[in-house]
Design a protein around this ligand. Structure first.
Ligand code: DX5
Ligand code: ZN
Length: 214
């Protein structure tokens, strides 16, 4: 499945990009929320999501790169996020924050940064709908894929199989047409792609090419 990240899209013409995503029936739309605190960049917040919600019915896959996400989850739920993914080191009581996401009827995801081991999944994975493997350091689009993410995807896939779970694996950062296959082969279910899709001219063709690989 494919989840285009609009971070690299032209924000002065998002309606056009959303029409293309609707017509090409992408599986999810990945919304990168950055607070200039957990990550060294600022993107957009719930107000923008509320406006975007009027443009599509596609599932909003919301990636919170913010400190203390528990303070904002209700607001993201209200404006139409359907998946909320948080980072384990952004919240003190992770189990409580995951429960809070689910209490609004949303799917909960946990993101693992490039330097982080998957140990945190030992006592959380049963509560998660999705694990997001960060294959770049969070904060910016257009970075290069970190290769040891493949081993991490493999290990998470093994864990999911061993525990007979349905948890999805999503991979985010540096995904291009020329490395997407090895990410899928390693065990990914969902590919996030930003700069590889929103290159300013060929959004539709790029989505079609990604879908052709799936
Ligand atoms: C990085 C974000 C990614 C980013 C991906 O912090 O989480 O979703 O937009 O962009 P590309 O595909 O350009 O690496
Ligand atoms: Zn992301």
């Amino acid at each position: 499945m494919i989840s285009p990240s609009i971070l690299s899209a032209n924000f002065s013409n998002l309606e056009k990009e959303f029409n293309i995503m609707n017509e090409e029936q992408v599986n999810f739309i990945h919304l990168d929320i950055m607070d200039g605190n957990y990550v060294p960049n600022i993107s957009f917040g719930p107000g923008v999501i509320k406006s975007l919600r009027t443009l599509t019915d596609i599932c909003f896959d919301t990636h919170l790169m913010i400190n203390n996400p528990e303070k904002f989850i209700e607001e993201f739920a209200k404006v139409g996020s359907e998946i909320i993914t948080i980072h384990p080191d952004s919240t003190i009581h992770l189990n409580r924050t995951i429960s809070l996401i689910k209490s609004f009827g949303l799917k909960a995801g946990l993101a693992i940064n490039p330097h982080q081991s998957i140990d945190v999944l030992d006592y959380t994975i049963e509560d998660l709908d999705l694990v997001l493997v960060m294959s770049v350091n969070p904060g910016f689009g257009g970075q290069s894929f970190i290769d040891n993410s493949l081993r991490k995807i493999n290990s998470i896939r093994d864990l999911i199989e061993k525990r007979k779970l349905e948890t999805m694996i999503e991979v985010d950062g540096g995904i291009k047409l020329n490395n997407a296959k090895k990410v899928l082969d390693a065990g990914a279910d969902i590919l996030v792609a930003g700069s590889a899709i929103f290159d300013g001219k060929n959004t539709r063709e790029n989505i079609r090419k990604f879908k052709g690989l799936l």
